[in-house]
Write a protein that binds this ligand. Structure first.
Ligand code: BG6
Length: 502
């Protein structure tokens, strides 16, 4: 196989150039790309922030940060090469003068590094700055594609409900063509998420059983051990539903449920994802409290260590109504999935970090082994482990050796690490590379974001109309509130508990 080509030459302009995202994710990801020889030689970074830093001071600070956050040993030559191409510009992101200065620096860097007029603007800033930055970039003429390409990367959260997402997309359309926009969802940067597409569509044996005839239900879990850490201010505004569901969980759901695309071109893939989301009927107001559960963690313990409750975290109101857990039951009204429930749950301060998609199949049509000495056989289950222990497992029944017929449940395992080893990665490498090569397959399109919010807006409205009275309702270190179990129990089902690897 040919080695992938390096990305296009360009200047990467990062608004929020001294922020957490830049230090923890973007620069370590650029370093990994440089080590893999996937960055163009003709490349530079212009970090824009409100801090008064010379290029040299900025480099020294980023050197410290990247050494702290790099996941593996640093290849000195690659890092020093990259470090020498980092530049800093001080400016107020609301002030048009900043953008005139950006234009000047961009011209200089473009000439010095021969980047052919290509510029990638990365909005690593709070969402309140998205529109002002886009407007200023537009006014300064920085988004016009004269010689090279001009592209903009927008981080989540992408709106906070249907109306704000539609307004943000409209503001984007004022200054950019859709092909210039890269709405990032870092879950799509995860190898295991991308592999789900390959698993489904590059193998002949799974697709025929991937439907209502064989699948009983699907459970998607994104559980975190971490609490809100130092992000209380953001999280109080967002809460678990906005933070995780319209983006990460819906991406997992749409890749699990979508029809095979006609090609792997960005629009062909995104068309199918949008079709799946459009087939999810939004909950009627009377269904919201039946099919959507919210929860908030109180004090408890994780790994035997005491953990504070959400209301005791920094920047969180002592009577906060913000949910830190959400469980949803959704349906997909199309030929393939009619009648198959999709259960989604995500929460902070759960007992362990696990992101997985579990597809439970229907049982064998009749119990041939009835009346023999048989353990209760469980349904076949296919588990796609997104993280950690990345891999895929298939559970099925087998005969326990011995003279009498006894059945047990066994598991077949594929682990990434066994086949491919593990490379230190932030999840941003592929996504940044794709921005620099212009591949939008792994990015969210405007219509996808809008339909995701339209599914969730009734839940947000219902919850807002009836503030929770029983928060906190789960202890840190437990699997969420009892209502989440009741949601499943009503359907005669249970959430999957994490099982140790066989
Ligand atoms: C982010 C959320 O998008 O994803 C965080 O804002 C969450 O609240 C994080 O912790 C989870 O990402 P990962 O890659 O650790 O699963």
């Amino acid at each position: 196989m040919d080695a992938p080509r390096p990305a296009d030459p360009c200047v990467l302009v990062i608004f929020g150039g001294t922020g957490d995202l830049t230090r923890r994710k973007l620069l370590p990801a650029l370093l990994n790309l440089a080590e893999a020889r996937l960055l163009a030689d003709r490349f530079a970074v212009l970090a824009v922030s409100s801090h008064d830093l010379s290029d040299a001071a900025y480099r020294a600070e980023m050197d410290r940060s990247v050494r702290e956050h790099a996941a593996g040993p640093i290849e000195d030559a690659a890092w020093e090469g990259l470090l020498g191409n980092l530049h800093h510009l001080q400016g107020d992101l609301q002030d048009p003068a900043t953008y005139r200065a950006v234009a000047d620096r961009l011209r200089e860097l473009d000439a010095a590094h021969e980047t052919g007029g290509n510029a990638l603007f990365y909005l690593a800033v709070p969402p309140s700055l998205f529109v002002p930055i886009l407007q200023r970039l537009g006014e300064a003429g920085l988004l016009a594609e004269r010689d090279g390409w001009r592209r903009v990367v927008i981080e989540k959260p992408f709106g906070r409900d249907s109306a704000s997402a539609v307004a943000l997309n409209a503001a984007i359309r004022e200054v950019l063509a859709e092909t210039q926009v890269f709405r990032i969802d870092h879950y799509l940067g995860k190898e295991t998420v991308q592999n789900l597409l390959v698993f489904r569509f590059a193998n002949g044996i799974f697709e025929p059983i991937w439907n209502r005839r064989y699948v009983d239900h699907v459970q998607i879990t994104v559980a975190e051990e971490l609490g809100v850490e130092r992000r209380g201010r953001y999280y109080e505004e967002a809460g678990a539903l906005r933070d995780m569901v319209p983006n990460h969980l819906f991406q997992l759901l749409s890749i699990t449920a979508m029809e095979p695309p006609i090609s792997f071109e960005a629009d062909a893939v995104n068309d199918e994802k949008v079709k799946i989301l459009k087939a999810i009927p939004p909950l009627a107001p009377e269904e919201v409290f039946q099919h959507a559960v919210r929860g908030q963690y109180g004090p408890g313990a994780i790994d035997g260590k005491p953990a504070p409750g959400y209301r005791q975290e920094p920047d969180v109101a002592p009577d906060s109504p913000t949910p830190t857990f959400v469980a949803l039951k959704l349906g997909i009204d199309n030929w393939r999935w009619a009648g198959v429930p999709f259960y989604l749950r995500t929460g902070k301060r759960l007992p362990r970090r696990v992101t997985e998609i579990a597809i439970e199949f229907k049982r064998a049509p009749f119990e041939l082994f009835r009346g023999t000495s048989v353990e209760r056989l469980r349904a076949n289950l296919l588990v796609v482990r997104i993280q950690p222990d990345e891999g895929i497992a298939l559970r099925f029944g087998a005969k326990v050796p011995g003279p009498e017929v006894r059945l047990g449940n066994v598991q077949m395992e594929f682990c990434y690490a066994d086949y491919f080893g593990t490379e230190p990665a932030t999840g941003y490498e592929t996504l940044l590379y794709d921005c620099m090569t212009g591949d939008r397959t792994l990015f969210q399109r405007a219509d996808m974001v809008e339909v995701a919010w339209s599914i969730l807006t009734p839940v947000l409205d219902g919850w807002e109309a009836l503030p929770p009275r029983d928060f906190p309702d789960y202890a840190a270190g437990s699997w969420g509130p009892p209502e989440a179990d009741e949601l499943m129990a009503r359907d005669g089902r249970k959430w999957r508990m994490w099982e140790p690897k066989a």
